[in-house]
Design a binder for this molecule. Sequence first.
Ligand SMILES: Nc1nc2c(c(=O)[nH]1)N[C@H]1C(S)=C(S)[C@@H](COP(=O)(O)O)O[C@H]1N2
Ligand SMILES: [Mo]
Length: 256
Amino acid sequence: MQEIVIDNAAAKKYKRKVFIAFIIFIILIVSAVTAWRWLYYHQKDGGLFGGVQTPLRKVLSANERLFSFTFNPDKKVKEYPKEYAVRQVKVNGDAGMSTDFFDPAQWKLQVVKSNGDTLLVTLDEIKKLPKTDVVFNFKCIEGWSQITWWSGVRFVDFAQHYGLDKEAQMKYVGMKTPDEEYFVGLDMPSVMQAQTILCYEMNGKTLPMDQGYPLRLIIPVKYGVKHIKRIGTIFFDNNKPPDYWALRGYDYYTGH
Ligand SMILES: Nc1nc2c(c(=O)[nH]1)N[C@H]1C(S)=C(S)[C@@H](COP(=O)(O)O)O[C@H]1N2
Ligand SMILES: [Mo]
């Protein structure tokens, strides 16, 4: 008969290891829950950037500093031949698109100058400025993208035509819909980039109502959220203008 030898010392050692592993496991669980609670119940940043806990906003802001630091205003977003542009352009987002505060016949773009004056610009006046086409891959943060064709006046050309030199030296541009329901804040280098246009045509035709008639922003260096449809007012500031999606916890910069 074979004798079973139990090595008592080894068994003890093994038990000890299991016990230590278990303790480490408990410590990790408790730390994870504590860290999560700390973050979850952390005060959300107020003011301009609501919607997200301050530690998370700090991460977003650090990203923003890095991205804006590495932003090259001379670098162009890839463009495509017009034939590549889709015919059926997705319609996404309708904040600020109601017609309650908007009469197409009365619409004029309001541009608030740094001296407090407001320029009123009609669509016909905008159409007289040099026209630029942009065919690029429009990306939404929801995960879809489409190659689309837009036309309008470059923001730089518009600013030059209306003598907005002082304004162009400010850090940010704010834009809002006529009813002020949708609004974006943009850094000046991105707005002055050569592919950013005040857009009044899509696929060579007048902008459809649900896509921002009479005038929207096309800013290829940014994600879709910043391409505000139906611009009512444009203003300039050295502080970050309010931004619809940043207020709901998203990244303010949203460049790509
Ligand atoms: N006024 C207004 N502009 C807006 C939005 C909105 O809700 N209201 N949504 C944005 C988002 S998230 C995207 S992806 C694009 C979509 O543009 P499209 O409807 O022409 O595809 O518009 C942007 N501009
Ligand atoms: Mo979007």
